[in-house]
Design a protein around this ligand. Sequence first.
Ligand SMILES: NC(=O)c1ccc[n+]([C@@H]2O[C@H](COP(=O)([O-])OP(=O)(O)OC[C@H]3O[C@@H](n4cnc5c(N)ncnc54)[C@H](OP(=O)(O)O)[C@@H]3O)[C@@H](O)[C@H]2O)c1
Length: 190
Amino acid sequence: MARVIYNTASTLNGFLADEQDSLSWLFAVGGGEAPDTEAFLRGMGAIVMGSTTYEWILRQERILEQRGRWQELGYMASLPAFVFTTRSLPAPEGADVRFVRGAVADALPEVVRAAGEKDVWVMGGGDLAGQFLDARALDEVQVSVAPVTLPGGRPLLPRRVESDTLELRSAERFGQFVHLTYGVRRAAGG
Ligand SMILES: NC(=O)c1ccc[n+]([C@@H]2O[C@H](COP(=O)([O-])OP(=O)(O)OC[C@H]3O[C@@H](n4cnc5c(N)ncnc54)[C@H](OP(=O)(O)O)[C@@H]3O)[C@@H](O)[C@H]2O)c1
């Protein structure tokens, strides 16, 4: 069965984005080497995100302004993308973007089915990842920690999660990033 993996970049003090939803702090990290998202993506069969993250991608990549732009995003764009939202949002032409709402447990069977033999990438944000954790639906947390702190922003995982739930599996250095992989003990609290 597919594993469900929350994989994201974060500041050292646990923010995914600043208060204006900007990732300029992330793109400014020097030193070249960073974890290879494309390699990670090849193991994924479906992606999941909240609407703020989805709308950020639409804006950042100017998806709706140009036909076929979504498809140019590469392998990611070939995957079914599940966007959690209570609103009616546009989908790029020809893209497999599926809008879902409500409890993670209700959406999960379709997400896992769509991923087939592969894994599910929960992109974020943090509260949505927390909803997966609450639903005992998260298997792994991977965080690329940048040498950056911010005074505030969008939190990595706004839940109380203790060491009976997360177990460190690996810590790798990629240039200025440390990539941490934690297994989630599904039976434990979270
Ligand atoms: N550093 C990184 O690598 C990284 C990775 C991912 C994201 N980001 C950034 O981090 C920020 C994340 O922001 P965020 O945590 O505030 O948002 P988010 O998870 O992307 O989106 C939150 C929104 O999703 C919708 N939603 C969440 N759960 C839902 C549910 N169960 N049912 C229906 N709708 C639901 C709600 O919006 P509506 O109902 O109003 O639509 C909610 O306000 C964004 O700026 C994103 O670009 C950074």
